[in-house]
Design a protein around this ligand. Sequence first.
Ligand code: AMP
Length: 399
Amino acid sequence: MKILVINAGSSSLKYQLFDTADGSVLAKGLCERIGIPGGHVKHTPAGRDTFEEDYKMDSHADGIRRVIELMTTGDTAVIGSMSEIDAVGHRVLHGGAEFSGSVLVTPEVKEAIKRCIPLGPLHNPANLTGILACEEAMGDIPQVAVFDTAFHQTMPDYAYMYAIPYEYYEKYQIRRYGFHGTSHRYVSAKAAEFLGKDIKDLKIVTCHLGNGSSIAAVDGGKCVDTSMGLTPLEGLPMGTRSGNLDPAILEFVMKNEGISDISEMLNILNKKSGMLGISGVSSDFRDLFAARDAGNERAKLALSCFTYSIRKFIGSYAAAMGGLDVVVFTAGVGENNAGIRADSVKGLEFMGVKIDDAKNNTRGTVDVTGEGSRVKVLVIPTDEEFVIASDTEEIVKAL
Ligand code: AMP
């Protein structure tokens, strides 16, 4: 099947066209500045140069129509016509407690995605716009929604409940939901496959470390806890997000800095905190390593806070599961940085977690487990778009 995978943002649209027969990506690209001046499209047919153009798009549907033109005509073509595309899979941020798996988009599903807008106010409207744009540009093609939150729906109530008045849970569904679920699901399954074991027999901690970072405890293939919460702000300190902190800090900073608008405070916690906030250098880990290696103490401190937090989550999730068989590292930082991996498990030797420095310096899907380690430590590149394509194929095949 040929499946178009869409990740729609408020003024952008990322896409990949998959051929699920061999899992290959036929083309991928990005429409930027949709609905605002300066529209731009980048389109890369597999194995060929990237085509770029300034292109005005009034709506996401305009973007989709242009992408289809690029995919079907001229030097940039990868298929003969739009009718070759069998289905569209969408990344949707928040499925609330409504979705524990991927689903075919129906009028009811669109309503449910709408109902989840208060939980994902920045992303869900854009994700829904992407779905409606495909309807407009591609007619009644089957569409599937794949939720970032779905994999975490198996968490027990005591793991997802916040200790605030229960009525807020009842009235507003305030609870832990977790994110990056597609990635945690994919790499935990791949880890079991790589080890030749049944995932039902494994207790796995998956560390998705990128610009946004989260950790999940996966027991027997089911998520039992995860570090992000109602929103992606909770958990590890990230590129620009604070992660966990004492909630009383908000009032303290607002009073002392004369901040009267809570949105401004949350903007500081989302966009100016984390690695950027501590280091004052950058949110990008490559810049942080360079600064640390050049002797910048705050960059060093930021990185230490990051790896210390990862170590604490691995330890606490081992406790939550009553054991640990595998630790997986994935995403931009987890896949590419040996130092972060090594520092994150330093001190966990007492739990049987050891890393091999030489193996740790390689790339790709690798077993970096140290000699005598009881726990396997793996690096597994994530591929969320591939999962979206696979889920879409499975659901559409069954129609
Ligand atoms: P992601 O959000 O998964 O795309 O990850 C983005 C983060 O991964 C950025 O902070 C990058 O600095 C980091 N990253 C990407 N490639 C590398 C690399 N080769 N070495 C270290 N960090 C990297």
